[in-house]
Structures are given as structure tokens and as C-alpha cells.
Design a protein around this ligand. Structure first.
Ligand code: PMT
Length: 397
């Protein structure tokens, strides 16, 4: 799978005949899994219509720094925050000069000033303009600032000259851009994560559940997507928003969660079971609300739920499977037992007898177990623990 899967590329298009290639560039980036949004300069609009790039990218094209509507919805700061990478292609001699001098006189230069992500430029201009000392000095300034330069290529130019200054081909640019994201620990992997509690219905208004908030699983989903993976989060009922760039599937009962997990098994490289799945469910669900009149006790017959993580770990072919163990005593002993009995590659053990960690708290203390190793992770918030767990998985996988 591509390094660009789920990556957000802000494509800046400046004025030049090569602007026509930006249409194909959007397609090549999308083919590799990227979400592409476009900012155009006014000069670019003389060569390519915003409507074409809107249709191709599937998002409105941004072009006006002072557009009150754009400011309200997604202004320069939001666009800069949204992007994982800004790519200016084509980058004219003019936009290069503006960047070199820190100008913020149009939306594109302002977004570049406000960015925290990497910036890459694909210069495109006539070969005399390319060789002009002013252009070369400006490029040297950008290079010193760590701005990446992709191309240009040499060859025939629109004006009839032959030489340096042709914008690199869209497929070459897309491939070069994908290298920026190679460092992700789980780049190109598909990871399925279960999170939160399950609800086992008794009747239309009542259910049996547990105290899982989903915080641990959602933190894992965020850390995993940050590590470059495609993430499918199969969640029981929680109050948490779906993490950025994660595909969330909302389930309720253990049977729903089991079905959804099996549906996402094909193509899954790593399965992480952090959900607190009910081991049992009522044998029957009353169709109508059960009345309490005339009874002082109530008996609910329970039947066993399918064990999701065991089913995944015994599939053929099987992904790398990580289970959690929530224990109140003899934590490591029981966790090791789960590692073997459930045929897991790794178990993350947490002590749920301490109410400051584990269920429904912001922090956790965990021990990561494999057949050969044991790694204790002292108290930290769940996102930090998730990052450490992902590092351990990437090392072992
Ligand atoms: O959601 P939070 O409030 O942040 O709390 C986090 C947590 C404490 C719920 C989490 O860290 C955790 O420990 N999750 C696993 C809870 C659990 O159900 O543990 P278990 O020991 O009962 O189950 C062992 C493993 O089997 C788990 O990976 C579980 O997801 C899985 N399982 C269990 C039963 C079942 N029917 N199907 C399963 O897949």
C-alpha cells in the first residue's frame, strides 16, 4: 500500500502554462491514496479554471485571502493546519520570489507562512528565467530554509526554447512526494482496532455493559494513523469523536463487533483488540419492555459471546494480533495465559483494580508481553501509552 494513503496534500497552483499539469497531478496523488485540496493564485486561474480542479479534487478550490466565506469555513490558518504537506506545482519564478521574501500577499503565500508541515516546490518557468541570478538566489534561500525542490526537468518548453525549467511530470512528482512519508513506522499497513464497551440488550430499553470509555482504543487509533497506517476503528458505544483520518465503524453488541471485525479481516495486517467485549449476553432479548410488577427477583439466562480476538488469531491467513488483558490480580500471570490460550502475538496487560488507570481514566500503566519479552510502561496518559504500544508493535511485526 502507498505511503500517501490518508495523507493530506495541499496543492498550490501558481501562474504558468504548466498549471494544466496540476489536473493530472491531483489524479496521480489521489491514485496513491492522498486527499488533495487546492489553493490557486489569481495568475494560475488564467491557465486553469478553479472549477476543473474542484471537480477533480472533490473539494472547493481556495483562492481568496480576504474571502469572508473562506475565512469562516477554512481560512489560511485552518488550511495550513489541515495539510500534511504543501506542494506548489507549478511554482513560478514569482511565487518562488514571494516565498523567499516571506510575503503574505495572497492566500497561497500566507498558507505557506502559517504552515508547520513540510513544503515542496516544483519549479516551472522559461529556461532564461530559471537561470536568472535572482531566481537562483531565491531558490538558494528556500533550500537553506529546508524547503524541498522537486525538479525542474530539461526539455522543450511551451515558448519554443529548449532547456531547464519544465515542470517534472505528475507521476514523477507524486512518487517523489510519497517519499516524504516513508518514515511512518506502520506506513502502508492496514490496522483494525476494536475499542470501547459492548452493550448486550435485555429488552428495548435495558442492556448489560461495562465501564470502558473507549479512550485507550481511540488513542491507539490516533497513534496508529500518525504512524502512517490506514486505520479502521470498530467501536462500541462511546462519547468520543472519531479520530482524525480514521475510518470509524460504530457497533453496539459483541455480535455486531464480531461481525464487523470478520468483515474487515481481509487485507488487515495488524489487529488490535482493546475493546472490553462482554463475555456473555442475554439468551433472548424481550421484544417489549419487561415489567417489574409482581416480581422481586429476576433471572436472565446468559449465553457466551463469540471471542473476537481468538477468531481473528485463528484465521488463515492471520494478521499480527494484539490482545489486551484487563486483570484485577496476578496481572502478568493471567495476561501470559491469554497470550497462549488466544494464540496472540502480543498482549497488553493493564491492572484494572486501580481506578486511576485502566477503565474510564485518562492514564494507564501497561506491560507489553510477547512469547519472549516483557516490557513495563510506567504511568502516562493513554495517548503516550498508545504511541509506545505502536512502537513495540512496529518492532515486533
Ligand atoms: O476504554 P477505556 O476506558 O480507555 O479502558 C481501557 C481498557 C481497560 C478497556 C483497555 O485497556 C483493556 O484492557 N481492554 C480489554 C478489556 C477486556 O475485555 O479484557 P479481557 O481480559 O476480558 O479480554 C482479553 C482480550 O480478549 C481483549 O483483547 C478483548 O478485547 C478480547 N475479547 C474478549 C472477549 C470477547 N468476547 N472477545 C474479545 O475479543
Amino acid at each position: 500500500m502507498s505511503n500517501l494513503m490518508n495523507r493530506r496534500i495541499l496543492l498550490g497552483v501558481s501562474g504558468g502554462i504548466a498549471a494544466y499539469k496540476s489536473a493530472e497531478l491531483i489524479r496521480r496523488l489521489q491514485d496513491m491514496g492522498a486527499d488533495v485540496r487546492v489553493v490557486m493564485t489569481r495568475a494560475a486561474e488564467a491557465f486553469m479554471t478553479p472549477l476543473t480542479l474542484q471537480a477533480l479534487s472533490g473539494h472547493p478550490v481556495h483562492n481568496d485571502l480576504l474571502d469572508p466565506e473562506a475565512e469562516a469555513a477554512m481560512g489560511h490558518i485552518s488550511l495550513a493546519r489541515w495539510a500534511d504537506l504543501i506542494l506548489i506545482a507549478p511554482a513560478s519564478a514569482d511565487i518562488i520570489a514571494r516565498l523567499a521574501h516571506g510575503k503574505g500577499d495572497n492566500l497561497l503565500t500566507t498558507v505557506c507562512l502559517a504552515r508547520r508541515c513540510e513544503l515542496a516546490i516544483a519549479p516551472a518557468m522559461n529556461e532564461a528565467m530559471w537561470h536568472n541570478q535572482a531566481t537562483q538566489d531565491n531558490l538558494a534561500i528556500l533550500q537553506q530554509r529546508g524547503i524541498h525542490q522537486l525538479g525542474p526537468a530539461s526539455g522543450g518548453q511551451a515558448c519554443g526554447d529548449i532547456g531547464m525549467g519544465r515542470m517534472s511530470e505528475p507521476s514523477t512528482l507524486a512518487s517523489e512526494v510519497s517519499h516524504f512519508f516513508e518514515t511512518g513506522l506502520l506506513a502502508g499497513k492496514t490496522v483494525v482496532i476494536t475499542a470501547g464497551p459492548t452493550r448486550e440488550a435485555i429488552d428495548p430499553v435495558r442492556y448489560i455493559s461495562n465501564h470502558s470509555s473507549g479512550k485507550m482504543g481511540y488513542a491507539l487509533a490516533q497513534a496508529t494513523v500518525d504512524a502512517g497506517a490506514k486505520v479502521i476503528l470498530i467501536s462500541g458505544p462511546t462519547a468520543l469523536p472519531c479520530p482524525d483520518r480514521v475510518t470509524c465503524i460504530h457497533t453496539s453488541s459483541a455480535i455486531d463487533m464480531y461481525q464487523s471485525s470478520m468483515d474487515h479481516l481481509p487485507g488487515c495486517d495488524i489487529f488490535i483488540a482493546s475493546a472490553a467485549v462482554a463475555d456473555f449476553r442475554p439468551a433472548t432479548i424481550a421484544e417489549q419492555k419487561i415489567k417489574k410488577t409482581g416480581q422481586d427477583t429476576m433471572h436472565i439466562e446468559m449465553v457466551k459471546n463469540p471471542d473476537i480476538v481468538t477468531a481473528i488469531a485463528n484465521a488463515d491467513p492471520k494478521p499480527f494480533v494484539v490482545g489486551f488483558a484487563a486483570e484485577t490480580h496476578d496481572v502478568i500471570h493471567y495476561a501470559r495465559d491469554k497470550l497462549q490460550r488466544k494464540n496472540l502475538d502480543m498482549v497488553v496487560a493493564n491492572d484494572i483494580s486501580d481506578t486511576h488507570i485502566g477503565f474510564n481514566s485518562d492514564d494507564n500503566i501497561v506491560t507489553i508481553l510477547t512469547a519472549e519479552s516483557e516490557q513495563y510502561l510506567p504511568k502516562a496518559n493513554k495517548f503516550q501509552q498508545a504511541q509506545r504500544i505502536i512502537q513495540a508493535i512496529a518492532k515486533q511485526y
